[in-house]
Write a protein that binds this ligand. Sequence first.
Ligand SMILES: NC(=O)c1ccc[n+]([C@@H]2O[C@H](COP(=O)([O-])OP(=O)(O)OC[C@H]3O[C@@H](n4cnc5c(N)ncnc54)[C@H](OP(=O)(O)O)[C@@H]3O)[C@@H](O)[C@H]2O)c1
Length: 323
Amino acid sequence: MKTISKITLGKEGPLVSKLGLGCMRMSSVWGGPVNDERESIATIQMALDSGINFVNTGDFYGSGHNELLVGKAIKGRRDDAFISVKFGAIFYGGQWLGLDLRPIAIKNFINYSLVRLGIETIDLYQPCRLDNVVPVEDVIGTVADLIKEGKVRHLGVSEINAEQLRKAHSVHPVTALEIGYSLADREVERDLLPTAKELGIGVVAFANTAEGLLTGEMRAPLAADDYHHHFSRFQGENLIKNLEKVEVLKRMAKEKGYTPTQLAIAWINAQGDEIMPLVSMSRRSRLPENMQAMEIVFTPEDLNTLNTHFSPGAIAGGTYLQR
Ligand SMILES: NC(=O)c1ccc[n+]([C@@H]2O[C@H](COP(=O)([O-])OP(=O)(O)OC[C@H]3O[C@@H](n4cnc5c(N)ncnc54)[C@H](OP(=O)(O)O)[C@@H]3O)[C@@H](O)[C@H]2O)c1
């Protein structure tokens, strides 16, 4: 298996792999099942062996379970991993209750994260969202203090808009923006991505498969207990229309000898050197397929077909962020 190339995250930022490993689905976040722990740890270690150093977790992924997994996987090989942690979300019983971005809460969160991860410094630390309760200056200022203290190396932000990004960056330089981006979710191309580029902020793009829509494996109707029912794009007629859209991706994938997921990841990879596809992989078998996706080079005609067919707003139902 080839190793993954490295990019600089943001202007003069740290060196990270062009493909990131998302660990969220190894733990139960929304009350779903917990992945096999040994397989999860083996997946993280296989990713590190393959040159994927960017490992993404959150303190609320499984109430700390995810950080404990990452901690076990990187034990004895801290230097192989670049650890990205989100904080601020409050979950209880698989339900999102809101945010807590108060400076005292952040200082409490980070101490627990460091212990669970078994490390002294988090490489990239980021509020999972911003809100109107705690001023941006206070949230970002607290992370800036943690950087001064040596508990954090770089500031990140997640799921915010262009105006908030500018504001955050004016308080302390932002190294990376984590944002949902895929062929099925291109609204961020209007303001947010150009702003990140202008400010020299790296982009960590998650949900490349649009919650599985672009894997080509989704079928209508969904099972009654499927969590996708929460998203209007996966409901009734919307789902049928959206699955028809995915047929083009499936056809192109078949012609080229790839899978639709590989093309979905490759399309994100093709959006620029400053954009990293961050992909959830909970089993080792995902790695070779998704790493191969990073080698795909589209012809201008292929890109034109995908860009036209999946133009912004082409997917019926709400956007990813409107779930
Ligand atoms: N900032 C935020 O608010 C936020 C929100 C959501 C996620 N994230 C981060 O971003 C990461 C990725 O996001 P995501 O999980 O929403 O999206 P994703 O990467 O599109 O993953 C969705 C699903 O695709 C599956 N998958 C991966 N490779 C596949 C392949 N080759 N063929 C078929 N299916 C494949 C994964 O399954 P398996 O798990 O079974 O391997 C996963 O369940 C998360 O792990 C998390 O670290 C951040």
